[in-house]
Ligand binder design. Structure first.
Ligand SMILES: [Mn+2]
Length: 355
């Protein structure tokens, strides 16, 4: 397992590569090419320049999160095949630069959804939180404003303003898309990119839906064990992998995370490991990575990853905002750095104990 940190690139991230370089055990970053829109092909020279920036700082690009899939691909719109061709070009360019893991998601309209970006916890830390009653009362058309007003002036990943400016049109695109159609569109996409992934040995790592149930009447297809059974059966090839994200799958307390890890096994191409605290079945908040701060057994999660011989890249996920840091909610330096140390500590203990 190689420890990484998500990094949004110069001009977008409050955290610098030199800071990341000083976190013990961190091998590289998970990043993306900002300024590109879903559906466009990424330029080889721009990928090279990003790679050089990261490598000059003594780190590696250990994976891309994300190459976003366009709404035309998700809805089988008129531009679908052109966008897939562009996606293939992007994968080819990433493959030429030795980048082998690509995270993506197939969520309609909204990426991850939270009702609060700065809920205050008893120790004064602020965290992202979700309350179903608040979401149920919310007009999805105003989701953009509500997220923007809470995001400290940062552009939140998945909530790019250009896209969300036309929310009504977006909802319209999905009005006839149920979960079976969405799943078929995912399979169509995967089959189309299979040859380029196999040529360059790229593993596609689909991120689970967050939260792991339908919201705003939009379908969700990657929510737990049954989704993975269906996904692996539909495209039974090693390139068709997953991002094991405990924070997203774990939004549903019925998801047995170690069980899912053991089922997915070598299809886990990338891992996001973090903790959540459930306050009720309608309300949860993000917690420190430490097991006792939340509701998850982080030891059991790391042990399961060890047992399935997961040897890919792992990163802590959303951190709490602590020590007065000002950053994109969930993506400050301090708490995620603490997370890397805790997860590596668990792993060292597991490895030495097993030897
Ligand atoms: Mn995640």
């Amino acid at each position: 397992m190689k420890m990484t940190l998500r990094w949004y690139g110069p001009g977008y991230d409050s955290v610098s590569l030199s800071q990341i370089r000083q976190i013990p055990g961190v091998h590289g970053v998970i990043t993306t090419l900002y300024g590109t829109n879903p559906g466009e092909a990424w330029d080889l020279e721009e990928i090279r320049a990003l790679k050089k920036t990261v490598e000059d700082a003594g780190l590696f690009i250990d994976g891309i999160e994300s190459v976003n899939v366009s709404d035309a691909i998700k809805t089988a719109g008129p531009d679908r095949d052109q966008h897939i061709e562009n996606y293939i070009k992007t994968l080819e360019n990433l493959g030429k630069e030795g980048i082998r893991v690509v995270c993506y998601n197939f969520m309609p309209v909204f990426d991850w959804t939270r009702s609060e970006l700065a809920r205050v916890r008893p120790d004064g830390a602020t965290v992202l939180a979700y309350n179903q009653d608040v979401i149920d009362k919310l007009d999805p058309d105003h989701m953009k404003e509500s997220i923007e007003s809470m995001s400290n002036g940062f552009v939140m990943p998945g909530w790019e303003p250009e896209r969300l400016d036309s929310l009504k049109d977006l909802f319209n695109l999905y009005k006839d898309i149920d979960s079976d159609i969405l799943f078929d569109n995912l399979v169509y996409f995967l089959k189309a990119i299979e040859p380029v992934c196999e040529k360059y040995d790229i593993r596609m790592a689909i991120h689970p839906d967050d939260p792991a149930w339908p919201i705003f009447n939009l379908p969700r297809i990657i929510t737990g064990l049954d989704s993975y059974k269906r996904l692996f059966e539909a495209v039974n090839k090693p390139f068709n992998g997953i991002t094991l994200c405990t924070g997203s799958l774990g939004t549903n307390p019925k998801n047995d995370l170690p069980g899912i890890i053991r089922f997915a096994g070598d299809r886990i191409a990338f891992a996001h490991v973090r903790n959540l605290k459930y306050n009720s079945d309608r309300d949860f908040e993000e917690a420190a990575h430490l097991s006792s701060d939340g509701s998850m057994d982080m030891y059991a999660i790391m042990k399961a990853l060890y047992d399935v011989k997961f040897d890919g890249h792992i990163r802590p996920d959303h951190g709490r905002m602590i020590w007065g840091e000002e950053a994109m909610p969930g993506y400050g330096l301090y708490d995620r750095a603490l997370g890397t140390q805790y997860l590596q500590g668990l792993l060292e203990a597991i490895e030495k104990n097993e030897r």
